[in-house]
Design a protein around this ligand. Sequence first.
Ligand code: 0A1
Ligand code: ZN
Length: 849
Amino acid sequence: MRDAAPTTIYLKDYTPFGYLVDSVHLTFDLDAHATRVTSRIAFRPNPDATDRTFFLHGEELKLIRAAIDGAEITPDVTDKGLTADVPDAPFLWESEVEIDPGNNTALEGLYMSNGMYCTQCEAEGFRKITFYPDRPDVMSTFTVRINGDLPVLLSNGNPSGKGEGWAEWVDPWPKPAYLFALVAGDLIAHPGQFTTKSGRNVDLNLWVRPGDEGKCAFGMEALKKSMKWDEGVYGREYDLDVFNIVAVDDFNMGAMENKGLNIFNSSAVLASPETSTDANFERIEAIIAHEYFHNWTGNRITCRDWFQLCLKEGLTVFRDAQFTSDMRSAPVKRIHDAIDLRARQFPEDNGPLSHPVRPESFQEINNFYTATVYEKGAEVIGMLKRLVGDAAYAKALDLYFERHDGQACTIEDWLKVFEDTTGRDLTQFKRWYSQSGTPRVRVQEDWADGTYTLTLKQRTDPTPGQEAKLPQVIPVAVGLLGPNGDEVRATEVLELTQAEQSFAFTGLAAKPTASILRDFSAPVILEHDQSNAERAFLLAHDTDPFNRWQAGRDLAQDTLMRMILQDAAPDTDYLDGLLTVLRNDELDPAYRALMLGLPTQSELAAALHDRGHTPDPMAIWAAVETLRQATAQTVQDLLPRLHSEALVDGPYSPDAEQSGKRALGSAALALTSRLDGGAMAAEAYDKANNMTLQLTALSCLLRARKGEAQLDAFYEQWQHDRLVMDKWFGLQVAMAAPEATPAIAATLTEHADFNWKNPNRFRAVVGALAMNHAGFHQPDGAGYALLADWLIRLDPVNPQTTARMCSAFQTWKRYDPDRQALTRAQLSRIAETPNLSRDTTEMVSRILG
Ligand code: 0A1
Ligand code: ZN
């Protein structure tokens, strides 16, 4: 049974643990339903702690034996852990427990996936393996012996011995328990080698299930590139003799940075041109880099407590974004990141789940692996770098690594290295970590006597638990363009620190057009009443690629809003601007493809709500369809040539150049399908020789309400490949007509291959339902009911994935009273489910508000 009142944990209550751990020795005797875990842990009193309560976390463990300094004891055990009387001096703790990995469907702790043992310990999974102070500030070296009748037995660190049915590993770097990992199974290695800049040879291995060998090469190359990049850009070298990556099919998240033994969701590492799209390749490269970069930002320097999660995640996302920008196109990456932030983080930050980048309380930490902690956390670092400059950023990071290596740190430690290297007072900047909500910056422009004055006003709406907001430091990158399109003022970063502040640009010959928030210099909502003529001017002339794209986006949003609210026709400024962009062969194809994108329907709903209107999902959907149709007609003559861009010569490569061309070609095919009813897409489907083209063609056909034969053929072709089958499931829901979406999703959940206990498959159908805006928000509430049914079913099996998917309901208060009532009923139904997990209970109660 659950606690009646779940406990809330507060940042302000932090106290260090009463004991330090000098070493951990673990022995695993693997068995599907009765694995024995024996621990020998050397504790000593912590001189920096006052509370000497000896409490070890432990959940779902069967205690067989416990001893202190060799003498057996009987500790007090509850469902949360144990307490015992211990000496006021160093002592050896021993315990033996039994666990049941074969029945662990929550995928936290030691569990099984397709006959393979694997672990997931972040954030608090180690306590499901053995009794331990399972908190990130307790760090120790680990020695692990695995006994098991399986060919491959892996753990953290370096191998220190192996024989028939056993292997031993020593991790010399002290680490918190959340970085512990063990993998055992019938796996095949894709090997590689890396020589570090100081000449250390590292054996790399990507371990996969038999049959997946052909999907390893790209991941291995991405790993080597990441290792090289971190040496070159951050001076960070790898620190063990081996680096292992394992692909598992059942995993709640993307991947995990366990020391020397990264574990990946197979969707985040396995790739081949036939089975993966360009977007998959790009994501895989970024995730491999992300996990690898954690070796320094997360592992060597870790978090004092889970409130500091952004210390490792914000920084590591920032680093992986830098890596992707260097490997691919920096403007394209920046635009993708802004799209993603607006799609995932803004709704979170402006709704009932809003929380600071560094939260101050939680019930279940797993609910705080959020877009705010990760992506806004990375944006905060980007702002800091912009404010102090590149050289000072590099110096501060050197100091961070030098000062804090081997420590469990806080945001205060992080900011202090910047204060110490730059002399800057970051007190106000720190509000980015403590204030939730997206700041809005309103722009006012004045022009007189050769002086252009920009007045910026900032405000942040109240968020749960934070009524009043203080001004934040907002770096606003601005450039000015003259009437002929020349840049008359190069980019300058204005520091907005007050609620309202004016900035004057003098000595101008004519009234300029301002390009504001260049490169998306801060994660804010810009409120700038520009005319469409000004937007079209920026779309044609802005030298900042981000804002040039943004100008097109603003035009698109403006026309969509007028189509929705006033039944207006599609705007010609937008359509003409687009035509000019598409005709311009000097522009990167990837960039032109981005220009063809529209704000998401959910974003439009938010924009309508912001302006005091109640969004009607069907009206939004209809406007987008009409605009797409008008776009197709306007650019019709260009489409055959643009589509042919996708058919690049030579062998497939997922690099930026080829994938950019395919993105443009695919966008052209999608528009063409609106004119020819899918004829060209059917041809493209037959000719497709990689998954990007195959899936694009299939999606165009489905959107044209065709493609039944191709859908069946796709199933026949790829039935054996679970990652491709996830696409087959997901695409049908994503492309469904709004009225048909809930029924199509429901039918797919009855398909023999719908293995709902696998998070990837569950997300492919149920997650896609929540992402199909007009389909999910059907007026009869069928979408809400179906999602709730499945969340209720999944919760006892996998609380973490259930809780994460509750966020589909977070925007419910934007919609009309009928939809609100329907949503509330479903949320209440979930909340009232007996024995609901702590994870889901917390999410639903926050969403209900
Ligand atoms: N630290 C990982 C993310 C992660 C978090 C929790 C997990 O299980 C509950 C798994 C992975 C990362 O940032 O990649
Ligand atoms: Zn991470």
